[in-house]
Design a protein around this ligand. Structure first.
Ligand code: ACK
Length: 992
């Protein structure tokens, strides 16, 4: 009777708790779509129960806001073999392939019900049945598939209720892939005291979102818990695609990795993730411009959405003026024009105009007119007149005009011109001057030829000067032997355009100049013309010989010019790529490829271009997010390059909002790894730098990082397989050290494993060693260093070399042989540094072959010159693989001494002599457990060693002595201790 009363009280209290203090959130998260919520059902739920009597029962209760809700309860805890079923009505699946079931329930703790042991349960089972329509009138338990057994996180007791601290259990389960139109859920009770307070069924979606001005619709998540759904966005109103916008909908209803973007059309600007029209008085001309801008000076826009502004009256814009430039005017006229006539030349000078019209592109044009004597009837000067420096587009305020006619009237106009002059040309932009030229000497004779050449004579003839500037009264010929002094010349005068030259020396070259004379005086002598006499009466055609000479000279000049240009290009290149070149030269030495540090490039982008191939985003398909890197998400996906087969790749992305420095740091990894080509170094496929997000694409390594992989597969590999792993890493490191590359962060977490168990060294980021390394600890000299993996000289004075990489390699060996154990366990970094300094080294992991532990100890030699080179390590491992018998001898084997650990005990500081468990606990800093050990009867070391053998690895109990052994002995730290003398024990104890 008393028991019955307790159970009735238990049931009543299930709901007392609910009514007293439970609250239900009514708002669902945006990324959840509810298919069923028992709390929102008005009236009875009327789910199907079996048996219809004495099993699940529908009960109406009030929630905290006095709103009635429908619940189900069952509490047959006294009777054995309970099998009570409750089935929901048919739930339509909608677009979902995976649905979530959120159950809120209270469950009675069996311990609080006296006399129910054996019959009372604390769990219930959840089932589902798919069907295309609501055609199941009966329950048909056998057709339901089980989703899970549900237990309470928080069961309650009477005491809990009395204090009103009872909590509601909320459990969520998911089920998929669903394929039929709908399904039923069922709850099976096997003898618990439960109240189903609410049942909510929902699926997840990525809610409508706008990113980079592209709208992504509500998207139901994929069928798998890890799958990504690729969604293409559409540009918001008044915008256009710059690069195809894409995002991925993750299984938890979150949008991931936005790619591509849209830009607002001209006349619109981005505001609140929309394209809003530019206001009156504002404009936006290009979709790449920042936002709407106020109309520039002297312009206006009368309507919204202007793409440019119109100019005020009297102001103009040239075709090449950007829309952002103020409207401008033509310049005013130049001022203070003065002329200075010198025979048939004139020098014109003026001052700049008062107004440039608001522009910088002011130039001047000269207009020359020749006028009749009365100053009227002017005609353009024509092509004969020469202008220095030029006639049009003058930047300076002076010009000299030559080869005018003597004794002639001229008018000169100087026009000030700018980019908008054409739109309003007017006389107000010019200044003019009228003048008359003076008498002038004739211009020079341009060409002289010879004929009738004999031993002593020749005849010269020539054309009249281009500008005789009057009547030519006479010509004068000056000549001299080419090899003689010019001052010993002779003169011949003639009124015709030819002269017979006599009394010449045979076979001699002569130089001739000719000039003309008018009433105004002599003109300039012509340029030199060279002709030679001969020995016979036959004629040598001087023109011909000079032409040949000219040809020869011209060819020589061309050849010289070519040599000069080539030399110039080579010198220029040398200086431009000074540093690159040096490194390049090193790299090109036969047989030696040297790594080039991308940060020695003046422009690190150049290194990226040189060592990493740019990949078009259309070749990449992102499939899953596989982790979070230091710069952003790491995804897996596929790469299909033209002409190559599709491959799986890993895609490291650079998250949005990065600085230029972060971009370069991120990409530096690509320009490092792009220089390597080795089966044990991660292979770079390429980079995406031209659009966002910036990505690094590498080969895909199916088994992820080595440390996680080993932890997941603890104890599953043979020693030979582990040595194979170590050989791969050593071979990759040999390649890197041959290229003079120092890794600085060699650790199992930075090695990746593919599906064939091939290990590849990865993580070549430049910033990680100093900044983002998760293991990094600040050293006294600044910067971060992964202490447990780093050689002492690198920690103390930053001496990072291939020998310090060898030290790290020894630690990786230890990580591999201990299946991903943390080196030095939970010792602090400071304690690790101190212990290493005192000469202690990590003991062999459990089952570790002696030869491998000895190799580790060699990698950890204090003097870096004493450590083996990677090439020697590879050879040693090859030998071990060839002779597997050498791996049989296990380090720490009781039958053999353990010289390595002894060898590395600190010299001069004797290890503590340990005779009792108490002393041992004191040394290892756990003396507070002294009483637990003695209470358990472990007083001497012999007894302690015995526990090691007894409890490892099957430890299960919660005795403190065992807990300590679980933590410190079973992890393989006991091996040296359990085999050796006290001194060996001292050497291994440091790691505890
Ligand atoms: O330890 P993991 O599984 O291996 O998690 C990290 C995560 O990305 C963040 O770095 C994984 N990862 C990095 N590169 C690759 C790759 N090439 N192939 C497979 N997984 C990779 C790494």
């Amino acid at each position: 009777m008393a028991l019955m009363a307790a159970i009735i009280y238990a049931l009543a209290s299930l709901f007392m708790g609910i009514c007293a203090g439970l609250t239900f959130p009514r708002n669902y998260p945006l990324n959840e779509v509810t298919l069923l919520d028992s709390r929102s059902v008005q009236g009875e739920l009327a789910w199907v129960a079996s048996p219809t009597e004495g099993g699940w029962e529908e009960v109406s209760i009030m929630d905290e806001k006095n709103i009635p809700i429908r619940t189900y309860q069952v509490c047959n805890v006294m009777e054995a073999s309970q099998n009570n079923w409750l089935r929901t009505h048919w739930i339509q699946r909608g677009p979902a392939q995976r649905v979530y079931i959120e159950i809120k329930f209270t469950l009675r703790d069996c311990n609080s019900l006296p006399g129910v042991i054996g019959t009372c349960k604390e769990t219930f089972n959840l089932y589902y049945l798919e069907s295309d329509s609501d055609n199941e009138r009966f329950l048909h338990e056998s057709r339901f598939a089980k989703i899970d057994t549900v237990a309470a996180d928080e069961s309650f007791t009477q005491v809990d209720i009395g204090d009103r601290i009872m909590k509601l259990n909320t459990e969520v389960r998911d089920v998929g892939v669903l394929s039929r139109a709908g399904f039923y859920l069922a709850f099976q009770d096997v003898g618990a005291c439960i109240a189903l307070v609410s049942v909510r069924v929902f699926y997840k979606k990525c809610p409508l979102a706008v990113r980079n001005l592209a709208q992504f619709p509500d998207t139901v998540t994929g069928a798998d818990t890890s799958s990504l759904v690729e969604v293409r966005g559409s540009c918001v109103n008044h915008s256009e695609e710059q690069e195809v916008p894409k995002m991925y909908c993750g299984s938890d209803g979150e949008w991931l990795v936005p790619i591509g973007n849209c830009l607002c059309n001209p006349g619109y600007e981005e505001r609140n993730e929309q394209c809003q029209v530019c206001k009156v008085g504002y404009y936006r001309s290009l979709s790449s411009d920042d936002g709407c801008r106020r109309c520039p000076l002297n312009s206006y826009s009368m309507k919204e959405g202007a793409t440019s502004c119109d100019c005020d009256k009297g102001y103009y814009r040239s075709e090449t003026d950007p829309a952002s430039m103020p409207c401008t005017r033509p310049p005013s006229a130049p001022r203070s024009l003065i002329s200075n006539v010198n025979e048939t030349s004139v020098l014109l000078e003026w001052s700049p105009p008062l107004s440039t019209g608001g522009r910088q592109d002011l130039t001047y044009n000269v207009v020359c007119k020749r006028c009749a004597r009365d100053g009227q009837r002017c005609v353009p000067c024509g092509e004969d007149v020469h202008y220095l420096p030029q006639r049009l587009s003058l930047r300076s305020t002076r010009v000299s005009v030559h080869q005018l006619q003597a004794h002639t009237n001229y008018t000169f106009q100087i026009w000030a011109v700018n980019g908008v002059s054409k739109q309003n040309p007017g006389p107000e932009q010019a200044v003019s001057v009228t003048l008359a030229t003076n008498q002038a000497a004739p211009s020079t004779v341009m060409s002289v030829e010879s004929k009738d050449i004999t031993r002593h004579t020749l005849t010269l003839f020539w054309q009249e000067p281009e500008k005789p500037n009057g009547v030519i009264l006479e010509y004068e010929v000056k000549y001299y032997e080419k090899d003689q002094n010019e001052r010993s010349y002779r003169i011949v005068k003639t009124t015709s355009r030819k002269a017979d030259i006599k009394d010449l020396t045979p076979l001699t070259s002569y130089v001739f100049h000719v000039r003309a004379r008018t009433a105004a005086g002599y003109g300039e002598f012509s340029a030199p013309f060279e002709f030679s006499t001969n020995t016979v009466a036959s004629r040598v055609v001087g023109v011909m010989s000079s032409a040949v000479l000219l040809l020869l000279v011209a060819s020589c000049v061309v050849v010289l010019l070519l040599i000069f240009i080539i030399a110039f290009i080579i010198t220029k290149r040398r200086s431009r790529y000074g540093k690159t070149k040096q490194a390049e030269e090193k790299r090109l030495q036969p047989g030696v490829r040297i790594y080039v540090d991308p940060f020695t490039y003046e422009d690190p982008n150049q290194a990226i271009r040189e060592f990493a191939k740019e990949i078009n985003t259309s070749s990449i398909k992102i499939e899953k997010v596989i982790g979070i890197g230091e710069f952003g998400e790491v995804c897996s996906g596929r790469l299909k390059l033209p002409g190559k087969r599709e491959i799986c790749v890993a895609i490291k992305t650079l998250k949005a909002g990065f600085t230029e420095q972060q971009r370069l740091d991120f990409l530096s990894e690509a320009s490092v790894v792009g220089q390597f080509d080795h089966p044990n170094i991660i292979h770079l496929e390429g980079v995406v730098t031209k659009c966002k997000p910036v990505m690094i694409i590498t080969e895909y390594m199916e088994n992820g990082s080595l440390d996680m992989f080993l932890r997941k597969n603890d104890g599953r590999f043979t020693v030979i397989q582990l040595v194979g792993v170590l050989r791969g890493v050593a071979s990759g490191m040999k390649y890197l050290s041959d290229m003079s590359y120092v890794h600085r962060d060699l650790a199992a977490r930075n090695i990746l494993v593919n599906s064939n168990l091939v290990c590849k060294v990865s993580d070549f980021g430049m910033s990680r060693v100093l900044e983002d390394e998760p293991e990094g600890a600040y050293t006294t000299r600044g910067g971060k260093i992964p202490i447990r993996w780093t050689a002492p000289e690198a920690i103390t004075y930053r001496k990072f070399t291939s020998a310090s990489d060898v030290w790290s390699y020894g630690v990786v060996m230890w990580e591999v042989m201990s299946y991903g154990e943390r080196p030095y366990w939970d010792m602090s970094n400071q304690d690790v540094i101190k212990a290493i300094e005192e000469g202690y080294r990590l003991p062999p992991p459990m089952e570790c072959p002696l030869a491998l532990h000895q190799l580790m100890l060699e990698c950890w030699m204090r003097e870096r010159a004493d450590r083996p080179k990677f090439s020697q390590i590879v050879n040693m491992l090859d030998k071990l693989i060839r002779n597997p018998a050498t791996l049989k001898r296990i380090a720490g084997d009781t039958s053999r001494p353990h010289p390595s650990t002894l060898h590395h005990a600190p010299s001069g500081s004797p290890a503590p002599s340990l005779g009792s468990a108490e002393e041992w606990l004191k040394v290892i800093g756990l003396k507070q457990y002294r009483d637990n050990f003695s209470a358990a009867g472990h007083c001497g070391l012999e007894s302690v060693i015995q526990i090691n053998q007894d409890v490892c690895p099957q430890w299960k109990g919660n005795d403190p002595v065992n807990i300590i052994f679980q933590r410190i002995v079973c992890l393989g730290r006991f091996s040296a201790f359990s085999t050796e003398t006290n001194r060996t024990f001292g050497a291994s104890v440091f790691v505890l």
